[in-house]
Design a protein around this ligand. Structure first.
Ligand code: NAI
Length: 480
């Protein structure tokens, strides 16, 4: 029996291994983590992450061929294939701070693998890492190897949160990079055999190590660039009377461009896009390519601009001040169908409004008060460094109130901001919301989920990203 161990039971490690266990009943899969609370949650009925379809997959395999454990060393030493899916956040200090990937967690995992291994192993980079990381990992493993053969593979993960299980069941592609030696090719084959249980072979792409590592950074940069491109257009749409949805539709009909991922919004978020682009920028700079670095930097600048523009629009349209006004925030997760708030644009928007002394009443169907208060109290880039994740002191932000219902959030509010595209926000009773709000009642739709015509007929002043502006908003231009 092949034994797989995955170090890191997070958003990637947990779902990915659960699907491997489901599709490969003869393989034993252990997911290990240093976080006791995470492992306890994986072994309970309340899994540590919300992901549609995940519960069913875990329930089918847990205790049969899928195990969650904190006994990291035991499972690593017994495994034939070790996936490393630890967090690789942006460095906060020292060389490359604010840009480079922090490989502390990766390095300590590699050192531990080297220490506890007694048999040959395939070590798989599942985390997103800078191109050439495998070279450093090889050095760590082989330096301590006691004659053990370690083969390193790069197998970046392309799942998207919110659709992780669907993406894992039916991936566009699986990418495996390895050394171009007979041993490296044998390792690639071993991993390909695992995926071939359910992924058609033509979708399993095999490359050299560096192409696989770089492809993940490149894919995220391209995806984020599409969002920044359409968001840049949204600003021009508002200035000219064009409608960004119509522009996206027309542009996306070109088969060379395609219709997906062209929705204008308040900005992209999530744990990956920003950190991976910053990482790419840093690698370009280190390789003497400042023009390339600057090109990709713009993707992040436009994203920051979009968030600032949104806050400015809110403040300027509400008579240039939101001080003391209640603003309802609908949605805090970085996208629908996840409870993940890492790098969510909601943090920047809320901080912007709090900076103007607004009172916020926040509702998200999957994010609790502790998480929201913590996110709003945290410094940029600190979110993925566990050392900072101490329980909150009583200094939680007083201007912020978290509620479990959109109607409670919007009651007596001066304005409503929609920051996550949860389906339920499309079907709220907006007449009821309007009746219970202060007048004039504003809606700022950062995800283009509401029907502006219907809301205007009720009496709202509506701002939707990239859509033709109400007369009111034209009369009160925002300064970006
Ligand atoms: P995460 O933060 O949810 O999970 C990482 C886990 O690793 C944590 O539970 C942490 O306690 C554990 N860990 C850290 N050091 C450890 C060690 N030495 N031994 C044992 N456990 C350790 O992170 P997530 O979101 O799962 O991301 C993991 C990697 O996958 C990152 O490199 C990320 O860029 C990449 N990725 C993430 C995607 C996403 O949608 N979240 C998608 C594709 C790739």
């Amino acid at each position: 029996m092949v034994k797989i161990c995955c170090i890191g039971a997070g958003y990637v490690g947990g779902p990915t291994m659960a699907v491997i266990a489901l599709k490969c009943p003869e393989i034993e899969v252990a997911v290990v983590d240093i976080s006791v609370s995470r492992i306890t949650a994986w072994n309970s009925d309340a899994l540590p992450i919300y992901e549609p379809g995940l519960d069913e997959v875990v329930k089918k395999c847990r205790g049969k061929n899928l195990f969650f454990s904190t006994d990291v060393e035991k499972h690593v030493s017994e495994a034939d294939i070790v996936f490393v899916s630890v967090n690789t956040p942006t460095k906060t200090q020292g060389l490359g701070a604010g840009k480079a990937a922090d490989l502390t967690y990766w390095e300590s995992a590699a050192r531990m693998i080297a220490d506890v291994s007694k048999s040959n192993k395939i070590v798989v980079e599942k985390s997103t890492v800078p191109v050439k990381t495998a070279e450093a990992i090889e050095k760590i493993l082989n330096h301590n190897s006691k004659g053990i053969d370690f083969q390193i593979l790069s197998n970046p993960e392309f799942l998207a949160e919110g659709t992780a299980i669907q993406d894992l069941f039916n991936p566009d592609r699986v990418l495996i990079g390895g050394r171009e030696t007979p041993e490296g090719q044998k390792a690639i084959e071993a991993l390909r055999d695992v995926y071939a249980h359910w992924v058609p072979v033509e979708r399993i792409i095999c490359t050299n190590l560096w192409s696989a590592e770089l492809s993940k950074l490149a894919a995220n940069a391209f995806l984020a660039q599409r969002i920044s491109s359409v968001n840049a257009m949204s600003a021009l749409c508002e200035a000219t009377g064009a409608d960004v949805s119509q522009v996206s539709h027309a542009v996306g009909k070109d088969t060379r461009i395609g219709p997906k991922f062209l929705n204008a919004s308040v900005g992209f978020g999530g744990s990956c896009f920003q950190k991976d682009i910053l990482n790419l920028v840093y690698i370009c700079e280190c390789n003497g390519l400042p023009e390339v670095a600057n090109y990709w930097k713009q993707v992040i600048k436009i994203n920051d601009y979009q968030k600032t523009r949104f806050v400015n629009r809110i403040v300027s349209s509400m008579f240039n001040t939101v001080s003391g006004k209640k603003i309802a925030i609908l949605g805090f997760a970085f996208k629908k169908d996840t409870g993940d708030t890492r790098e969510t644009p909601a943090i920047d928007v809320c901080k912007g409004l709090l900076g103007d002394k607004a009172r916020l009443s926040i509702y998200d169907p999957q994010v609790n008060e502790e998480q929201i208060q913590r996110d709003l109290a945290m410094n940029k880039f600190d979110w993925d460094h566990p050392v900072h994740l101490q329980p909150l002191s009583p200094t939680s932000i007083k201007q912020v109130n978290v509620v479990w219902d959109a109607y409670a959030a919007t009651k007596d509010a001066h304005g409503v901001c929609i920051l996550t595209e949860w389906d339920e926000f499309k079907t709220l009773d907006y007449q009821r919301i309007y009746d219970n709000m202060r007048k004039p009642a504003f809606i700022f739709d950062g995800r283009n989920v509401v029907d502006e015509t219907k809301l205007r007929a009720i009496g709202f002043i509506v701002y939707s990203i990239g859509k033709p502006l109400d007369q009111w908003l034209r009369d009160m231009p925002a300064v970006a």
